[in-house]
Design a protein around this ligand. Structure first.
Ligand SMILES: NC(=O)C1=CN([C@@H]2O[C@H](COP(=O)(O)OP(=O)(O)OC[C@H]3O[C@@H](n4cnc5c(N)ncnc54)[C@H](O)[C@@H]3O)[C@@H](O)[C@H]2O)[C@@H](O)CC1
Ligand SMILES: Nc1ncnc2c1ncn2[C@@H]1O[C@H](COP(=O)(O)OP(=O)(O)O)[C@@H](O)[C@H]1O
Ligand SMILES: [K+]
Length: 476
C-alpha cells in the first residue's frame, strides 16, 4: 500500500519527532536522502554543475544542505537566492563552507542554462497557490534548460493536499519527497509536474488512516475473489447487468464482457440487447422482463448505453443489493432515491458526467479531482469512482480515498468504461465493499488496458480479453 498524508498531518508528525531529536536533525535526514538521489541521477557528481533555486523557508534549507553535500563531493554548486535576507542561515553557511556560491535571481539565467542539475527548493509544504511573480520566472528558466530538474519535497507551485495547479509550477523529472507521499504527488494535474517520485524516510510516525492510498499488487491480490472448494455459481455471486438499448447494444455486450471476467459465478443480463449479448457470450442468463422480475442477483450494474429509459434505473435503485450506477444511469438516477438506499451504491462517472452532477465544468473537475470525488460522494451518500487520467475512489464517510496507480491513456477509447462497470459490478456481487470493488476493478482494468494496448491502439473488447492475464499477473 502506498499512503499519502495531507500537510496538516505531516506538520503534526514532524513537530512530535522534532521535539525528540536534536535541533536540525530532521533537516539533515532530508538533505542526506536528497543528495543521495541527486548523486544517483547525476551518475558522476565530481565536476557536475548544480544550481539550487532557494526560497526563504525550510524547503530552501533542505536544498542548501543537500547542495553542500554535493559540493563536498566535487560538484560546482550555485544557489539562486529568491530572498537573500530570509534565506535559511545554517543552510547557506554550510553551502559556503563547502565551496558553493550564492547569486541573486537576476543572475540566474546563465547558471541555469549551463547546469546539469537544477534543484527546486523554492517552496515545499508551506506553499499556497501557484508560484508568486518573483518565483515564476525561475520555474520557466528551469523548464527551458537542458538540466535534469529535481523537486525538493514537491514541485513548487502545486497544491500538496489536492493535486491542483492554479498557476505556474515547476516541472520536475524527479521529486524527492520526505516522510510520506503528499496526495498531490499522486493526482493529476500535479502528478505530471512531479515526474517520478522517490520517498525518503525521515522517521515520521503517521496515523493509521492516510488521506489517500494507492493499492499495490499484493493488496489487490488479497482482495481478488477466489472460489473455494465448496463454491457454486450462486455462492460466488450473481451480477445483474441492466444496460444497452436498441441504439447502443454494444454497451451491454461490453459490460457483460467485463462482468464475466470479474469473479461473479453468473451474469444475468436484463434489457433490449439480449440477442447481441447471447451471440457474443452464450453463458449469459438473458431476460427482457426488467430488473424486478429478473431473479435474484447479489449486485446490479445499471446505466451503460441505457439511453433515456429511466425505468430500470429506478427499479434497480429500489433493491436492497449493491448497485453500480454508470453512464446514462447517472443522469437518470434520482438523487433522493440514491440517498435513500440501504445497500451500498457505487457511482462511476467520468469528468464530464461528474461535472453535470455537480453543476460545474469538466475543466473544474479535472483540475480538482479529489475535491470533486469527495463532494459527489458526500452529496449522494455513495461511493464514487471518478474516471480519467487519474482514477480516484472515495466513500461517503470522507475517510481514506484511493488513487489508482495502473492504467494508460490508451484506455481513453469508446466502451472501455462499460467494461470497467461490468468488472466492478462483478466484484460487488462477489462480496467486496464498494470502495474495494471500485479500486480493485480500476487496478485490474488499468493493467488489462496496458496489456491490451502494449504501445498500440486497442479496442474496449481487447481490454476485456486482457483481464484474465492481468488477474493472473496480480495473483502470481
Ligand atoms: N518541518 C520539518 O521538520 C521539516 C521540514 N522539511 C522541509 O521544510 C518544508 C516546509 O518548510 P516551511 O514550513 O518553512 O515552508 P516552505 O519552505 O515550504 O515555504 C515557505 C516559504 O515559501 C514562501 N511561499 C509560500 N507560498 C509561495 C508561493 N506560492 N510562491 C512562492 N513562494 C511561496 C513563503 O513566503 C515562505 O518563505 C518541507 O516542504 C520540507 O522541504 C524537511 O526539512 C524535513 C523536516
Ligand atoms: N487519459 C487517460 N489516462 C488513463 N485512463 C484514462 C484516460 N482517459 C480515460 N481513461 C480511462 O478509460 C476509461 C474510459 O471510460 P469512459 O470515459 O466511461 O468511456 P466510455 O463511456 O466510452 O466507456 C475509464 O476507465 C478511464 O479511467
Ligand atoms: K520544492
Amino acid at each position: 500500500m502506498r499512503s499519502a498524508y495531507r500537510v496538516e498531518t505531516v506538520r503534526t508528525a514532524e513537530r512530535e519527532l522534532m521535539a525528540r531529536l536534536p535541533d536540525g536533525a530532521l533537516m539533515q535526514r532530508a538533505a542526506a536522502g536528497l543528495a543521495a538521489a541527486c548523486a544517483d541521477l547525476l551518475g558522476r557528481v565530481y565536476g557536475s554543475r548544480v544550481v539550487l533555486l532557494v526560497g526563504s523557508g525550510d524547503n530552501g534549507g533542505d536544498t542548501l544542505y543537500a547542495g553542500a553535500r554535493l559540493a563536498k563531493r566535487g560538484a560546482g554548486v550555485t544557489a539562486v537566492l529568491l530572498n537573500p535576507d530570509r534565506t535559511h542561515p545554517g543552510g547557506l553557511r554550510a553551502l559556503r563552507r563547502a565551496g558553493g556560491t550564492a547569486i541573486p535571481p537576476h543572475r540566474a539565467d546563465r547558471a541555469v542554462h549551463r547546469a546539469d542539475l537544477v534543484l527546486d527548493g523554492i517552496v515545499g509544504i508551506g506553499g499556497k497557490g501557484g508560484l508568486r511573480p518573483d518565483a515564476a520566472p525561475l520555474a520557466e528558466l528551469a523548464a527551458a534548460s537542458r538540466a535534469a530538474v529535481v523537486a525538493v519535497d514537491l514541485p513548487s507551485g502545486i497544491e500538496p493536499d489536492t493535486g491542483e495547479v492554479r498557476g505556474t509550477a515547476v516541472r520536475a523529472d524527479l521529486t524527492v519527497t520526505f516522510g510520506t507521499h503528499k496526495p498531490g504527488l499522486l493526482i493529476d494535474p500535479a502528478r505530471e509536474y512531479a515526474g517520478s517520485v522517490r520517498l525518503v524516510d525521515i522517521g515520521l510516525a503517521l496515523p493509521a488512516d492516510p488521506d489517500l492510498q494507492a493499492l499495490q499488487h499484493a493488496d489487490v491480490a488479497a482482495l481478488l475473489p477466489r472460489p473455494a472448494a465448496e463454491s457454486d455459481k450462486y455462492r460466488r455471486g450473481v451480477v445483474g447487468i441492466a444496460a444497452g438499448s436498441a441504439r447502443y447494444p454494444g454497451a451491454a455486450v461490453l459490460a457483460v464482457s467485463g462482468a464475466l471476467r470479474g469473479g461473479a459465478g453468473a451474469v444475468r443480463y436484463v434489457g433490449p440487447a439480449g440477442d447481441a449479448v447471447i451471440a457474443r457470450f452464450p453463458e449469459t442468463l438473458v431476460s427482457d422482463r426488467g430488473p424486478k422480475r429478473a431473479g435474484r442477483v447479489q449486485a446490479w450494474v445499471v446505466g451503460p448505453g441505457a439511453g433515456d429509459d429511466a425505468g430500470p434505473v429506478a427499479e434497480v435503485l429500489a433493491t436492497d443489493v449493491p448497485v453500480l450506477l454508470d453512464a446514462d444511469g447517472l443522469r437518470l438516477a434520482d438523487l433522493d432515491a440514491v440517498r435513500a438506499r440501504s445497500a451500498p451504491t457505487l457511482m462511476t462517472p467520468h469528468a464530464g458526467e461528474a461535472a453535470a452532477l455537480l453543476g460545474t465544468s469538466r475543466g473544474e473537475v479535472e483540475g480538482a479531482r479529489l475535491t470533486a470525488v469527495r463532494d459527489l460522494a458526500r452529496r449522494y451518500d455513495a461511493t464514487v469512482l471518478l474516471k480519467g487520467s487519474t482514477t480516484l475512489v472515495a466513500g461517503p464517510d470522507g475517510g481514506t480515498a484511493r488513487v489508482n496507480p495502473t492504467g494508460t491513456p490508451w484506455l481513453a477509447t469508446a466502451g472501455s468504461g462499460d467494461v470497467l462497470s461490468g468488472l466492478a459490478g462483478s466484484l460487488l456481487a462477489a462480496g467486496l465493499t464498494a470502495l474495494d470493488a471500485g479500486s480493485v476493478a480500476a487496478y485490474v482494468h488499468g493493467l488489462a488496458g496496458r496489456y491490451a494496448a502494449d504501445g498500440a491502439p486497442a479496442g474496449a473488447h481487447d481490454v476485456a480479453e486482457a483481464i484474465p492475464a492481468a488477474w493472473r499477473d496480480i495473483r502470481d
